[in-house]
Write a protein that binds this ligand. Sequence first.
Ligand code: HEC
Length: 243
Amino acid sequence: MRFVFLCLSLTLFASPSWSQEDLGLAAPPEVTASGLLEHILPRFSLKTGVRVVADPAGVMVLSHGPQGAPVFARDGVGYNLNISPDDPRQQRFLDWLRSDIGKRTVESFAPASGAAFVASIPEAIADSPTQVDGDAALGARLSLIHCGRCHVVGPENRMSGLGSTPSFAVLRAMPDWSERFETFYVLNPHPSFTQIEGITAPFAPDLPSPIVPLAITPEDLEAILAFVALVSAADLGAPLQFQ
Ligand code: HEC
């Protein structure tokens, strides 16, 4: 928590744009009702210091097209974002939505009901075998190291996972996979052997970890989530190429 506040206050001091007017975003009712905007807008603001708020009369308009730039889809319905490109803050929002991190943020949102949103996947990733880079490539390695002791993470450790443990492909296919991964350290059997720096309490002295502890940082977990978010359940069965 303290880490989050630190980042927030750094953003506040570093970004004069916080004092600027909020940017309004108008969205179709089903998008607003899904809760997606509450998930993505604060994350964008935190990263950039540009505040975007849901506003039916907003200057930026999310629509079913055909105008605007495609940003994501749900249940086969595509959504386009219409902005004024001469406003750098609006352009920044569009660029972020179409960046890897923006797409991951959209795709990591688990709606309370209905299908997840899909952000368009760049060619390099859509091509098989899957290519992952940046945080996701780090996440792939961390998953192999830390989770691959028990879970089959991908083809790289197909033979070394424990048969009784669900593979990442099986977990990724679950509709609520992101919640499960975000909270894995409180879900059994992990608490008895998992330490997340700054988040979990130390093991009780009379209950040491029965195995070599799994010790990672919150940033490691974020990279693991980026990896799992980026690959589809089917891709977890295909070889990965690191860049
Ligand atoms: C020592 C073995 C072991 C390690 C290491 C391990 N897991 Fe697990 N994990 C399990 C077992 C066993 C289950 C199945 C638990 C069950 O079905 O009740 C599981 C289940 C899960 C689930 C599904 C939980 C649920 O209740 O839905 C997730 C998500 C998960 N693991 C993520 C991870 C991640 C991420 C890592 C690495 C950072 C990891 N695990 C490391 C043994 C392990």
